[in-house]
Design a protein around this ligand. Structure first.
Ligand code: FMN
Length: 189
């Protein structure tokens, strides 16, 4: 059976470059994997009352339950994100937070993770990726130290369902291969 990989996209807009990169990445996975974009747009802003069983005014949203289960069921998670004001977009941080609770049942635990950041500027979402790595460092998540994937001038890199440069295709597809190897080496119980 193919291994499920969840892809989280840090942008909500329809024409998002991050989403286009995520779709290109989907095509790089081998047939042993089943990569799917998991939507984060409908997750309500995290409120700890949702996870408080004594708090009856805030029942746990169904989308929280299904999001957490999808992360738990995934063999790996790939983040593809832009940068907003030198950090990760709020929608993505919210998804990280939703997956991080309740204490003792953290959805991220033991999930292999890969990260791709992009920017229309030169720096490829450097601060965004570093901030995301900082947030995820709180969880037990096997990851790839090298290479780090920062895609600068991303508006010029993304064409019609593929990268415009062979060097980018090679670099990112090799990263996905490395991610597959990381998943193989770190199966979740
Ligand atoms: C609120 C906001 C803040 C932004 N801040 C940054 C930033 O700090 N660094 C950067 O490189 N680009 C920044 N940008 C530009 C985005 O990288 C650019 O809009 C990108 O295309 C958004 O990603 P998407 O195409 O995946 O939606 C910002 C854009 C917005 C809307």
């Amino acid at each position: 059976m193919s291994k499920k990989v969840v892809i989280l996209v840090g942008s909500l807009r329809k024409e998002s470059i991050a989403r286009k990169i995520a779709k290109i990445c989907q095509s790089f996975f081998s047939e042993d994997f089943d990569p799917e974009i998991l939507e984060i747009r409908d997750l309500p802003l995290y409120n700890a009352d949702y996870d408080n069983p004594d708090e009856t005014d805030f029942p746990l949203p169904e989308v929280y339950k299904s999001f957490r289960q999808s992360i738990k069921d995934a063999s790996g998670v790939l983040f593809v994100t832009p940068e907003n004001n030198r950090t990760i977009p709020a929608c993505l941080k919210n998804a990280v937070d939703v997956g991080s609770k309740p204490n003792g049942d953290v959805a991220w635990t033991n999930t292999p993770v890969a990260i791709i950041s992009h920017s229309v500027g030169a720096m490829g979402g450097y601060s965004s990726q570093k901030n995301l790595r900082l947030a995820l460092s709180y969880f037990t998540m096997p990851t790839i130290q090298q290479p780090e994937v920062f895609l600068g001038h991303s508006n010029q890199l993304v064409g019609d369902g593929q990268f415009t440069k062979e060097s980018t295709t090679e670099f990112v597809s090799n990263y996905i291969k490395k991610f597959e190897a990381l998943i193989e080496k770190n199966p979740k119980a």
